[in-house]
Write a protein that binds this ligand. Structure first.
Ligand code: GLU
Length: 503
Protein backbone atom coordinates (compact mmCIF):
# COMPACT_ATOMS: atom_id res chain seq x y z
CA UNK A 1 0.00 0.00 0.00
CA UNK A 2 1.50 3.32 -1.06
CA UNK A 3 1.14 5.98 1.63
CA UNK A 4 3.01 9.20 0.99
CA UNK A 5 3.06 12.57 2.61
CA UNK A 6 3.75 16.23 2.02
CA UNK A 7 5.01 17.65 5.31
CA UNK A 8 5.33 21.41 5.04
CA UNK A 9 6.37 23.67 7.89
CA UNK A 10 4.14 26.74 7.98
CA UNK A 11 7.08 29.13 7.86
CA UNK A 12 6.08 30.93 4.66
CA UNK A 13 4.13 30.71 1.45
CA UNK A 14 5.32 27.70 -0.56
CA UNK A 15 7.57 28.23 -3.55
CA UNK A 16 8.07 26.02 -6.58
CA UNK A 17 10.52 23.56 -5.00
CA UNK A 18 8.25 22.89 -2.10
CA UNK A 19 5.18 22.46 -4.26
CA UNK A 20 7.10 20.07 -6.50
CA UNK A 21 7.53 17.83 -3.45
CA UNK A 22 3.77 17.95 -2.86
CA UNK A 23 3.11 17.19 -6.51
CA UNK A 24 5.47 14.20 -6.72
CA UNK A 25 3.93 12.69 -3.59
CA UNK A 26 0.43 13.30 -4.87
CA UNK A 27 1.22 11.73 -8.27
CA UNK A 28 2.83 8.76 -6.57
CA UNK A 29 -0.29 8.18 -4.47
CA UNK A 30 -2.69 8.52 -7.40
CA UNK A 31 -0.60 6.34 -9.70
CA UNK A 32 -0.73 3.46 -7.23
CA UNK A 33 -4.20 4.02 -5.81
CA UNK A 34 -2.54 4.95 -2.54
CA UNK A 35 -3.07 7.63 0.08
CA UNK A 36 -1.73 11.17 0.00
CA UNK A 37 -1.29 12.74 3.43
CA UNK A 38 -0.71 16.39 4.28
CA UNK A 39 0.99 16.76 7.64
CA UNK A 40 1.75 20.16 9.09
CA UNK A 41 5.16 20.25 10.76
CA UNK A 42 4.60 23.19 13.06
CA UNK A 43 7.04 22.36 15.82
CA UNK A 44 9.28 25.37 15.40
CA UNK A 45 6.97 27.90 16.95
CA UNK A 46 9.48 30.74 16.54
CA UNK A 47 9.47 30.42 12.74
CA UNK A 48 5.70 30.27 12.21
CA UNK A 49 4.26 32.79 9.79
CA UNK A 50 0.62 33.88 9.84
CA UNK A 51 -1.22 32.93 6.66
CA UNK A 52 1.41 30.33 5.73
CA UNK A 53 -0.99 27.46 6.39
CA UNK A 54 -3.71 29.09 4.31
CA UNK A 55 -1.25 29.63 1.49
CA UNK A 56 -0.05 26.03 1.65
CA UNK A 57 -3.57 24.62 1.39
CA UNK A 58 -4.63 27.20 -1.19
CA UNK A 59 -1.63 26.40 -3.40
CA UNK A 60 -2.57 22.72 -3.34
CA UNK A 61 -6.23 23.42 -4.06
CA UNK A 62 -5.38 25.77 -6.91
CA UNK A 63 -3.23 23.13 -8.59
CA UNK A 64 -5.84 20.41 -8.10
CA UNK A 65 -3.69 18.46 -5.63
CA UNK A 66 -6.25 16.86 -3.34
CA UNK A 67 -5.30 15.12 -0.10
CA UNK A 68 -6.87 12.09 1.53
CA UNK A 69 -5.71 12.65 5.09
CA UNK A 70 -4.70 15.88 6.78
CA UNK A 71 -6.07 19.29 7.71
CA UNK A 72 -9.80 19.72 7.08
CA UNK A 73 -10.34 16.12 5.97
CA UNK A 74 -8.71 14.46 9.02
CA UNK A 75 -8.24 10.67 8.87
CA UNK A 76 -7.33 7.59 10.92
CA UNK A 77 -3.97 8.94 12.14
CA UNK A 78 -5.15 12.38 13.28
CA UNK A 79 -4.11 14.87 14.48
CA UNK A 80 -2.14 15.93 11.41
CA UNK A 81 -0.64 18.97 13.10
CA UNK A 82 2.55 18.07 14.94
CA UNK A 83 1.90 20.73 17.58
CA UNK A 84 -1.01 18.55 18.70
CA UNK A 85 1.12 15.43 19.06
CA UNK A 86 3.70 16.50 21.65
CA UNK A 87 2.89 13.69 24.07
CA UNK A 88 3.70 11.06 21.47
CA UNK A 89 7.16 12.48 20.81
CA UNK A 90 7.94 12.64 24.51
CA UNK A 91 7.00 9.00 24.97
CA UNK A 92 9.26 7.92 22.13
CA UNK A 93 12.12 9.92 23.67
CA UNK A 94 11.66 8.20 27.03
CA UNK A 95 11.83 4.89 25.27
CA UNK A 96 14.98 5.85 23.40
CA UNK A 97 16.64 6.86 26.67
CA UNK A 98 15.71 3.53 28.21
CA UNK A 99 17.26 1.73 25.26
CA UNK A 100 20.43 3.80 25.59
CA UNK A 101 19.88 5.33 22.15
CA UNK A 102 19.29 8.83 23.44
CA UNK A 103 20.55 10.81 26.42
CA UNK A 104 19.87 13.95 28.38
CA UNK A 105 22.19 16.85 27.70
CA UNK A 106 22.42 19.57 30.36
CA UNK A 107 24.80 21.89 28.52
CA UNK A 108 23.76 25.52 28.69
CA UNK A 109 23.91 27.82 25.66
CA UNK A 110 27.08 29.33 27.22
CA UNK A 111 28.68 25.88 27.56
CA UNK A 112 27.93 25.20 23.90
CA UNK A 113 29.31 28.55 22.78
CA UNK A 114 32.56 27.89 24.66
CA UNK A 115 32.76 24.44 23.09
CA UNK A 116 32.30 25.91 19.60
CA UNK A 117 34.94 28.55 20.27
CA UNK A 118 37.38 25.82 21.28
CA UNK A 119 36.54 23.84 18.13
CA UNK A 120 37.04 26.90 15.93
CA UNK A 121 40.45 27.66 17.45
CA UNK A 122 41.58 24.05 17.19
CA UNK A 123 40.06 23.53 13.74
CA UNK A 124 37.90 20.65 14.96
CA UNK A 125 34.58 19.67 13.32
CA UNK A 126 31.74 21.89 14.51
CA UNK A 127 29.49 19.47 16.34
CA UNK A 128 28.38 18.61 19.84
CA UNK A 129 31.35 16.98 21.62
CA UNK A 130 29.06 14.46 23.31
CA UNK A 131 30.24 15.30 26.82
CA UNK A 132 26.86 14.66 28.49
CA UNK A 133 26.72 11.24 26.90
CA UNK A 134 29.29 10.12 29.48
CA UNK A 135 27.01 10.90 32.41
CA UNK A 136 25.74 7.88 34.30
CA UNK A 137 22.02 7.29 34.77
CA UNK A 138 22.39 8.41 38.39
CA UNK A 139 24.23 11.60 37.53
CA UNK A 140 21.62 12.53 35.00
CA UNK A 141 18.79 11.58 37.38
CA UNK A 142 20.24 13.85 40.06
CA UNK A 143 20.39 16.83 37.73
CA UNK A 144 16.82 16.22 36.59
CA UNK A 145 15.59 16.07 40.19
CA UNK A 146 17.33 19.39 40.88
CA UNK A 147 15.26 20.89 38.08
CA UNK A 148 18.23 21.57 35.75
CA UNK A 149 16.91 22.07 32.21
CA UNK A 150 18.00 19.60 29.55
CA UNK A 151 17.52 18.58 25.96
CA UNK A 152 17.42 15.01 24.69
CA UNK A 153 19.98 14.02 22.10
CA UNK A 154 20.22 11.05 19.80
CA UNK A 155 23.28 8.90 20.52
CA UNK A 156 24.84 8.34 17.10
CA UNK A 157 27.02 5.26 16.65
CA UNK A 158 30.60 6.29 17.40
CA UNK A 159 32.13 4.35 14.58
CA UNK A 160 31.28 2.61 11.34
CA UNK A 161 29.10 3.80 8.54
CA UNK A 162 25.42 4.60 8.29
CA UNK A 163 24.17 3.20 5.04
CA UNK A 164 20.84 3.54 3.31
CA UNK A 165 19.35 3.09 -0.14
CA UNK A 166 17.97 6.10 -1.93
CA UNK A 167 15.60 5.20 -4.75
CA UNK A 168 17.27 7.72 -7.04
CA UNK A 169 20.85 7.91 -5.82
CA UNK A 170 21.31 4.26 -4.87
CA UNK A 171 23.51 3.39 -1.88
CA UNK A 172 24.35 6.38 0.29
CA UNK A 173 26.92 6.21 3.10
CA UNK A 174 27.79 8.53 5.96
CA UNK A 175 30.64 8.22 8.45
CA UNK A 176 28.80 7.86 11.79
CA UNK A 177 31.42 9.70 13.82
CA UNK A 178 30.87 12.80 11.69
CA UNK A 179 27.12 12.96 12.23
CA UNK A 180 26.04 15.16 15.14
CA UNK A 181 24.21 13.85 18.21
CA UNK A 182 21.04 15.54 17.04
CA UNK A 183 18.76 17.24 19.56
CA UNK A 184 15.47 15.35 19.48
CA UNK A 185 13.53 17.11 22.21
CA UNK A 186 14.15 20.68 23.31
CA UNK A 187 14.15 21.82 26.92
CA UNK A 188 10.63 23.20 26.54
CA UNK A 189 9.35 19.75 25.59
CA UNK A 190 8.93 20.50 21.90
CA UNK A 191 10.45 18.02 19.43
CA UNK A 192 12.82 18.96 16.63
CA UNK A 193 12.01 18.20 13.00
CA UNK A 194 14.06 14.99 13.03
CA UNK A 195 12.20 13.32 15.87
CA UNK A 196 8.69 14.41 14.96
CA UNK A 197 9.19 13.64 11.28
CA UNK A 198 10.41 10.08 11.86
CA UNK A 199 7.86 9.28 14.56
CA UNK A 200 5.00 10.47 12.40
CA UNK A 201 6.21 8.78 9.24
CA UNK A 202 6.28 5.56 11.22
CA UNK A 203 2.94 6.02 12.99
CA UNK A 204 1.22 7.22 9.83
CA UNK A 205 2.56 4.17 7.98
CA UNK A 206 4.32 6.21 5.33
CA UNK A 207 5.75 3.89 2.67
CA UNK A 208 7.81 6.37 0.63
CA UNK A 209 9.47 9.56 1.83
CA UNK A 210 9.71 11.74 -1.27
CA UNK A 211 11.38 15.09 -0.58
CA UNK A 212 13.98 17.53 -1.85
CA UNK A 213 17.64 16.67 -1.92
CA UNK A 214 18.41 19.25 0.76
CA UNK A 215 17.10 16.72 3.28
CA UNK A 216 19.43 13.89 2.32
CA UNK A 217 22.01 14.82 4.98
CA UNK A 218 19.28 14.47 7.63
CA UNK A 219 18.52 10.94 6.52
CA UNK A 220 21.40 9.19 8.39
CA UNK A 221 20.00 10.58 11.64
CA UNK A 222 16.58 9.31 10.71
CA UNK A 223 17.97 5.89 9.83
CA UNK A 224 19.61 5.61 13.26
CA UNK A 225 16.31 6.57 14.89
CA UNK A 226 14.34 3.95 12.97
CA UNK A 227 16.91 1.31 13.85
CA UNK A 228 17.00 2.31 17.50
CA UNK A 229 13.23 1.92 17.74
CA UNK A 230 13.28 -1.28 15.69
CA UNK A 231 10.96 0.29 13.14
CA UNK A 232 10.86 -0.63 9.50
CA UNK A 233 12.19 2.18 7.31
CA UNK A 234 10.27 3.73 4.42
CA UNK A 235 11.78 3.99 0.94
CA UNK A 236 13.75 7.24 0.69
CA UNK A 237 13.43 9.26 -2.50
CA UNK A 238 15.37 12.51 -2.76
CA UNK A 239 14.39 14.63 -5.75
CA UNK A 240 17.17 16.73 -7.31
CA UNK A 241 17.79 20.38 -6.50
CA UNK A 242 16.34 23.00 -8.82
CA UNK A 243 18.56 25.43 -10.69
CA UNK A 244 18.05 28.31 -13.07
CA UNK A 245 18.86 27.89 -16.79
CA UNK A 246 22.26 29.48 -16.08
CA UNK A 247 23.11 26.66 -13.69
CA UNK A 248 23.00 28.94 -10.64
CA UNK A 249 20.95 28.22 -7.55
CA UNK A 250 17.29 29.07 -8.15
CA UNK A 251 16.49 32.61 -7.09
CA UNK A 252 13.92 35.33 -7.49
CA UNK A 253 15.82 36.51 -10.55
CA UNK A 254 14.88 33.25 -12.30
CA UNK A 255 11.23 33.66 -11.37
CA UNK A 256 11.24 31.72 -8.11
CA UNK A 257 8.42 33.24 -6.09
CA UNK A 258 5.40 32.04 -4.15
CA UNK A 259 3.48 29.45 -6.13
CA UNK A 260 0.35 31.58 -5.76
CA UNK A 261 2.12 34.52 -7.40
CA UNK A 262 1.86 32.64 -10.67
CA UNK A 263 -1.91 32.75 -10.36
CA UNK A 264 -1.73 36.50 -9.72
CA UNK A 265 0.46 36.95 -12.81
CA UNK A 266 -2.00 35.21 -15.12
CA UNK A 267 -0.79 31.63 -15.28
CA UNK A 268 -3.24 28.73 -15.45
CA UNK A 269 -2.96 26.05 -12.80
CA UNK A 270 -2.73 23.37 -15.53
CA UNK A 271 0.39 25.00 -16.93
CA UNK A 272 2.01 25.49 -13.53
CA UNK A 273 1.36 21.88 -12.45
CA UNK A 274 2.65 20.52 -15.75
CA UNK A 275 5.73 22.74 -15.63
CA UNK A 276 6.62 22.01 -11.99
CA UNK A 277 6.29 18.25 -12.44
CA UNK A 278 8.78 18.34 -15.28
CA UNK A 279 11.49 19.97 -13.16
CA UNK A 280 13.48 16.84 -12.46
CA UNK A 281 10.92 14.30 -13.64
CA UNK A 282 10.13 12.99 -17.10
CA UNK A 283 7.67 10.34 -18.27
CA UNK A 284 10.27 9.23 -20.85
CA UNK A 285 10.48 10.12 -24.53
CA UNK A 286 10.03 13.78 -25.31
CA UNK A 287 6.50 14.14 -24.07
CA UNK A 288 6.05 17.45 -22.28
CA UNK A 289 2.43 18.56 -22.32
CA UNK A 290 0.37 16.62 -19.78
CA UNK A 291 -2.66 17.34 -17.68
CA UNK A 292 -2.64 16.39 -14.01
CA UNK A 293 -4.81 13.37 -14.83
CA UNK A 294 -2.35 12.20 -17.48
CA UNK A 295 0.58 12.67 -15.12
CA UNK A 296 -1.23 10.57 -12.52
CA UNK A 297 -1.03 7.67 -14.96
CA UNK A 298 2.49 8.33 -16.16
CA UNK A 299 4.29 9.06 -12.89
CA UNK A 300 7.03 6.80 -11.63
CA UNK A 301 9.93 7.23 -9.23
CA UNK A 302 12.23 5.88 -11.94
CA UNK A 303 11.35 8.95 -14.01
CA UNK A 304 12.89 11.26 -11.39
CA UNK A 305 16.36 12.24 -12.53
CA UNK A 306 19.39 12.47 -10.26
CA UNK A 307 20.79 15.58 -11.99
CA UNK A 308 19.56 19.06 -11.11
CA UNK A 309 16.18 20.07 -12.48
CA UNK A 310 16.04 23.27 -14.49
CA UNK A 311 13.53 26.02 -13.88
CA UNK A 312 13.05 27.85 -17.16
CA UNK A 313 10.40 30.55 -17.01
CA UNK A 314 10.22 30.84 -20.82
CA UNK A 315 9.12 27.22 -20.93
CA UNK A 316 6.41 27.95 -18.38
CA UNK A 317 5.18 30.82 -20.53
CA UNK A 318 5.11 28.62 -23.60
CA UNK A 319 3.12 25.99 -21.71
CA UNK A 320 0.73 28.62 -20.44
CA UNK A 321 0.08 29.77 -24.01
CA UNK A 322 -0.68 26.16 -24.89
CA UNK A 323 -3.19 25.76 -22.07
CA UNK A 324 -4.82 29.10 -22.89
CA UNK A 325 -5.34 27.86 -26.46
CA UNK A 326 -7.02 24.72 -25.14
CA UNK A 327 -9.85 26.70 -23.50
CA UNK A 328 -13.28 26.69 -25.13
CA UNK A 329 -14.64 30.19 -25.89
CA UNK A 330 -16.97 30.05 -22.89
CA UNK A 331 -14.25 28.85 -20.53
CA UNK A 332 -11.81 31.41 -21.91
CA UNK A 333 -14.27 34.18 -21.15
CA UNK A 334 -14.87 32.91 -17.61
CA UNK A 335 -11.15 32.46 -16.98
CA UNK A 336 -10.15 35.92 -18.18
CA UNK A 337 -13.01 37.49 -16.23
CA UNK A 338 -12.15 35.66 -13.04
CA UNK A 339 -8.49 36.55 -13.35
CA UNK A 340 -9.37 40.17 -14.07
CA UNK A 341 -11.65 40.44 -11.07
CA UNK A 342 -9.47 38.63 -8.59
CA UNK A 343 -5.83 39.33 -9.27
CA UNK A 344 -4.02 41.58 -6.86
CA UNK A 345 -0.97 41.87 -9.06
CA UNK A 346 0.25 45.44 -8.82
CA UNK A 347 1.73 45.59 -12.31
CA UNK A 348 -1.60 44.52 -13.74
CA UNK A 349 -3.62 46.94 -11.65
CA UNK A 350 -1.45 49.80 -12.89
CA UNK A 351 -2.43 49.17 -16.52
CA UNK A 352 -4.80 51.61 -18.14
CA UNK A 353 -6.02 48.82 -20.41
CA UNK A 354 -7.16 46.92 -17.34
CA UNK A 355 -9.41 49.79 -16.31
CA UNK A 356 -10.82 49.82 -19.82
CA UNK A 357 -11.48 46.11 -19.61
CA UNK A 358 -13.43 46.61 -16.37
CA UNK A 359 -15.73 49.00 -18.23
CA UNK A 360 -15.88 46.69 -21.25
CA UNK A 361 -17.39 43.93 -19.10
CA UNK A 362 -20.29 46.29 -18.33
CA UNK A 363 -20.57 48.02 -21.67
CA UNK A 364 -20.46 45.24 -24.28
CA UNK A 365 -22.58 42.14 -24.69
CA UNK A 366 -20.83 39.00 -23.51
CA UNK A 367 -20.77 37.66 -27.07
CA UNK A 368 -18.61 40.60 -28.17
CA UNK A 369 -16.06 40.02 -25.41
CA UNK A 370 -15.96 36.29 -26.09
CA UNK A 371 -15.15 36.93 -29.74
CA UNK A 372 -12.49 39.51 -28.88
CA UNK A 373 -10.76 37.11 -26.45
CA UNK A 374 -10.97 34.25 -28.93
CA UNK A 375 -9.27 36.37 -31.58
CA UNK A 376 -6.32 37.04 -29.25
CA UNK A 377 -6.24 33.51 -27.82
CA UNK A 378 -3.68 32.32 -30.36
CA UNK A 379 -1.09 34.90 -29.43
CA UNK A 380 -1.48 35.53 -25.73
CA UNK A 381 0.76 33.74 -23.21
CA UNK A 382 -0.62 35.11 -19.93
CA UNK A 383 -4.16 35.96 -18.85
CA UNK A 384 -2.83 39.37 -17.85
CA UNK A 385 -2.08 40.13 -21.51
CA UNK A 386 -5.70 40.06 -22.70
CA UNK A 387 -6.50 43.55 -21.44
CA UNK A 388 -3.83 45.14 -23.57
CA UNK A 389 -4.11 42.77 -26.53
CA UNK A 390 -7.86 43.44 -26.85
CA UNK A 391 -7.69 47.13 -25.99
CA UNK A 392 -8.67 48.37 -29.48
CA UNK A 393 -11.92 46.39 -29.32
CA UNK A 394 -13.00 48.24 -26.19
CA UNK A 395 -12.32 51.89 -26.99
CA UNK A 396 -14.32 54.33 -29.06
CA UNK A 397 -11.27 55.85 -30.66
CA UNK A 398 -7.92 54.25 -31.13
CA UNK A 399 -4.70 56.02 -30.40
CA UNK A 400 -2.56 55.55 -33.52
CA UNK A 401 0.95 54.58 -32.54
CA UNK A 402 3.27 57.24 -33.99
CA UNK A 403 5.76 54.85 -35.55
CA UNK A 404 3.06 52.57 -36.90
CA UNK A 405 1.29 55.59 -38.43
CA UNK A 406 4.44 56.98 -40.01
CA UNK A 407 5.30 53.59 -41.43
CA UNK A 408 1.95 52.66 -42.93
CA UNK A 409 -0.21 55.77 -43.29
CA UNK A 410 2.29 58.10 -44.94
CA UNK A 411 2.06 56.89 -48.57
CA UNK A 412 0.10 59.19 -50.86
CA UNK A 413 -2.47 56.56 -51.84
CA UNK A 414 -3.58 56.04 -48.22
CA UNK A 415 -6.30 58.76 -48.00
CA UNK A 416 -7.88 57.38 -51.14
CA UNK A 417 -7.64 53.84 -49.81
CA UNK A 418 -9.45 54.90 -46.66
CA UNK A 419 -12.13 56.64 -48.73
CA UNK A 420 -12.76 53.46 -50.70
CA UNK A 421 -12.99 51.47 -47.50
CA UNK A 422 -15.48 53.95 -46.04
CA UNK A 423 -17.56 53.64 -49.19
CA UNK A 424 -17.40 49.87 -48.86
CA UNK A 425 -18.64 50.13 -45.29
CA UNK A 426 -21.77 51.87 -46.47
CA UNK A 427 -22.61 48.91 -48.66
CA UNK A 428 -22.24 46.20 -46.05
CA UNK A 429 -24.93 44.71 -43.88
CA UNK A 430 -23.72 41.46 -42.37
CA UNK A 431 -20.01 41.43 -41.85
CA UNK A 432 -17.97 38.27 -41.70
CA UNK A 433 -14.42 37.21 -42.54
CA UNK A 434 -15.11 36.77 -46.26
CA UNK A 435 -17.05 39.99 -46.68
CA UNK A 436 -14.21 41.91 -45.03
CA UNK A 437 -11.67 40.21 -47.22
CA UNK A 438 -13.61 41.27 -50.31
CA UNK A 439 -13.69 44.87 -49.05
CA UNK A 440 -9.89 44.84 -49.12
CA UNK A 441 -9.83 43.15 -52.55
CA UNK A 442 -12.14 45.80 -54.01
CA UNK A 443 -9.88 48.55 -52.64
CA UNK A 444 -6.73 46.92 -54.03
CA UNK A 445 -8.32 46.69 -57.43
CA UNK A 446 -9.79 50.19 -57.46
CA UNK A 447 -6.49 51.79 -56.53
CA UNK A 448 -4.47 49.45 -58.73
CA UNK A 449 -2.15 48.51 -55.85
CA UNK A 450 0.62 46.06 -56.69
CA UNK A 451 0.29 44.05 -53.51
CA UNK A 452 -2.57 43.32 -51.13
CA UNK A 453 -0.25 44.05 -48.21
CA UNK A 454 -0.27 47.71 -49.33
CA UNK A 455 -3.93 47.79 -48.28
CA UNK A 456 -3.76 45.36 -45.39
CA UNK A 457 -1.12 47.14 -43.28
CA UNK A 458 -2.63 50.64 -43.44
CA UNK A 459 -6.07 49.17 -42.69
CA UNK A 460 -4.75 47.38 -39.62
CA UNK A 461 -3.05 50.53 -38.32
CA UNK A 462 -6.18 52.58 -38.99
CA UNK A 463 -8.39 50.14 -37.06
CA UNK A 464 -6.14 49.08 -34.22
CA UNK A 465 -3.48 51.78 -34.04
CA UNK A 466 -0.88 48.99 -34.17
CA UNK A 467 1.13 46.93 -36.64
CA UNK A 468 0.41 43.60 -34.96
CA UNK A 469 -2.69 41.74 -33.90
CA UNK A 470 -5.09 38.98 -34.86
CA UNK A 471 -6.44 38.22 -38.34
CA UNK A 472 -7.41 41.52 -39.99
CA UNK A 473 -10.61 40.27 -41.61
CA UNK A 474 -11.83 38.76 -38.36
CA UNK A 475 -11.16 41.86 -36.35
CA UNK A 476 -12.90 44.00 -38.99
CA UNK A 477 -15.95 41.78 -38.79
CA UNK A 478 -16.04 42.09 -35.02
CA UNK A 479 -15.53 45.85 -34.91
CA UNK A 480 -18.47 46.38 -37.24
CA UNK A 481 -19.33 49.03 -39.78
CA UNK A 482 -19.85 52.00 -37.47
CA UNK A 483 -16.55 51.57 -35.63
CA UNK A 484 -14.70 51.03 -38.88
CA UNK A 485 -16.12 54.17 -40.49
CA UNK A 486 -15.14 56.25 -37.48
CA UNK A 487 -11.64 54.84 -37.37
CA UNK A 488 -11.04 55.16 -41.11
CA UNK A 489 -12.10 58.79 -40.95
CA UNK A 490 -9.74 59.53 -38.09
CA UNK A 491 -6.89 57.68 -39.80
CA UNK A 492 -7.52 59.70 -42.95
CA UNK A 493 -6.94 62.92 -41.00
CA UNK A 494 -3.77 61.40 -39.58
CA UNK A 495 -2.60 60.39 -43.09
CA UNK A 496 -3.37 63.80 -44.53
CA UNK A 497 -1.46 65.58 -41.81
CA UNK A 498 1.56 63.37 -42.55
CA UNK A 499 1.31 64.21 -46.24
CA UNK A 500 1.00 67.94 -45.65
CA UNK A 501 4.05 67.81 -43.36
CA UNK A 502 6.15 66.05 -45.99
CA UNK A 503 5.13 68.32 -48.87
N1 GLU B 1 8.98 19.94 7.35
C1 GLU B 1 9.95 19.66 6.32
C2 GLU B 1 9.82 20.76 5.27
O1 GLU B 1 9.44 21.80 5.62
C3 GLU B 1 9.68 18.28 5.76
C4 GLU B 1 10.85 17.63 5.11
C5 GLU B 1 10.53 16.19 4.84
O2 GLU B 1 9.76 15.95 3.91
O3 GLU B 1 11.02 15.34 5.56
O4 GLU B 1 10.10 20.62 4.12
Amino acid sequence: MVRVRYAPSPTGSPHVGNIRTALFNYLMARKHGGVFIVRIEDTDQTRQVDDALDDILESLRWLGITWDEGPEVEGPYAPYFQSQRLKIYKQVCEELIKKGSAYRCFCTPEDLEKMREYQRINKLPQMYDRRCRKKTVNEAGNLVSKGIPYVIRLAMPLEGKIVFEDAIRGRVEYESSLVDDQVLLKSDGWPTYHLANVVDDYLMKVSHVIRGEEWISSTPKHVVLYDAMGWEKPTFVHAPVIKGPDGAKLSKRHGDTRCLDYREKGYLSEAVANFIALIGWSPGGDRELMTLKEMEDLFSIEGIQPSAGVFDITKLQWMNGHYIRQLTPEKLYETVKEFHEKTKDEDYRKLQSQEILTKAFEKYPKEYLVRAFVLEQERVKLLSEFADACLFFFVDEVEIDKQAGEKWLSADYVPQLLDVLMEQCEKQQDLNHDVCESMISVAVEKLGLEKRSMAIHPTRVALTGRTFGPSLFDLMALLGVEQMKKRFAKAKLFAESLLSKSS
